[in-house]
Write a protein that binds this ligand. Structure first.
Ligand code: C2E
Ligand code: MG
Ligand code: MG
Ligand code: MG
Length: 294
């Protein structure tokens, strides 16, 4: 007979995996109906034009507060919601909530005509054949002009269903709804696809911004991405700016806008409004003239 092989490491591994699976399943179930139970909210992070230091808009970022587990990161729950399909209901809630803020802010005359709120949209939302039509109907219902809303779709999301994404992006661009490719540089998009996709903005991922001040290679990459975007007629927004140096380098490269803790963390609606009213550029534009970005 074969000897009995006792293998505790594998057993531990399996138990850990099983616990992880159970946790995922638990979260996935808890997610269902979370917006309706008042467990979700939106934060707003300002976007700043690098040349003028003006606020050009904000990104709406979703937060989930679980009644027992507390704050759960979107990086953890968005993939679960995408897998279960609940992202469709959650995504609709995000759009509706955003539009209600836009309506309230417009009523108080807080939004200039060139200000937009960008909403993150999952690939599965975009894959709905009637996505654009529904979005337009929702905007019409709230009497919101299209220019006040923008969308962000991750590079990997776009590439997961390129055919559909292209059709939907074409429809969106026809009705002048700006779409940004989010987390650019972290996915596997082919430049040939990028060329044919009608998007208006490219968001450079934080990974390329982090070491700008210390890495010549990263500066070269960021500049190349910026030039690539400009060559296909797109604006560039950099995410995750944490220092004045990073902002200065990006500005010198011709990157249009920036977002990050250096300017502001994602803020609750009320604080966001206050922040905007108190915003003063952290450095004068002439301070950056000496940085040549190379
Ligand atoms: P994202 O769209 O790329 O958003 C940028 C993330 O970077 C946000 O994380 C933001 O809080 C964080 N961030 C901003 N500035 C800085 C900075 O200076 N330093 C650092 N370290 N981080 C910064 P968050 O809010 O945790 O969201 C993570 C991701 O979850 C988002 O990445 C987006 O892909 C997804 N997400 C968030 N809200 C939604 C939503 O409503 N719908 C969908 N489908 N996805 C969402
Ligand atoms: Mg985003
Ligand atoms: Mg991003
Ligand atoms: Mg990112």
């Amino acid at each position: 007979a074969l000897p009995q092989i006792d293998c505790p490491p594998i057993q531990h591994y399996c138990e850990a995996l099983e616990a992880q699976q159970r946790h995922r399943l638990y979260l996935q179930q808890a997610l269902r109906g979370a917006p309706q139970r008042g467990e979700m909210s939106l934060l707003f992070q300002p976007k700043i034009a690098l040349a003028t230091q003006q606020i050009i808009g904000a990104e709406a970022l979703l937060r989930w507060h679980h009644p027992e587990l507390g704050h759960i990161s979107p990086a953890d729950f968005i993939p679960l919601a995408e897998a279960s399909g609940d992202i469709l209901a959650i995504g609709e809630w995000v759009l509706e909530e955003t539009m209600q803020y836009i309506v309230a802010w417009r009523a108080r005359d807080l939004l200039s005509d060139d200000f937009h709120i960008a909403v993150n949209v999952a690939a599965r939302q975009l894959a709905r054949k009637d996505f654009t039509e529904r979005l337009l109907a929702q905007l019409a219902k709230h009497d919101i002009p299209e220019r006040f809303i923008a969308l962000e779709v991750t590079e990997s999301g776009l590439m997961s269903d390129i055919h559909n994404a292209k059709a939907q992006l074409s429809k969106l661009s026809e009705v002048n709804i700006a779409v940004a490719i989010d987390d650019f540089g972290t996915g596997y998009s082919s430049l040939a696809y990028i060329k044919t996709l009608p998007f208006s903005t490219l968001k450079i991922d934080r990974a390329f911004v982090m070491d700008l001040a210390t890495s010549e290679k990263d500066r070269l990459l960021a500049r190349t991405i910026t030039q690539l975007a400009h060559s296909v007629g797109c604006d560039v927004v950099a995410e995750g700016i944490e220092t004045a140096d990073q902002a200065a380098y990006l500005r010198a490269m011709g990157c249009e806008a920036a977002q990050g803790y250096f300017y502001a963390r994602p803020l609750p609606a009320k604080e966001f409004v206050t922040w905007c009213s108190e915003w003063k550029p952290p450095f004068s534009t002439t301070d950056t003239e000496t940085v040549n970005g190379s």
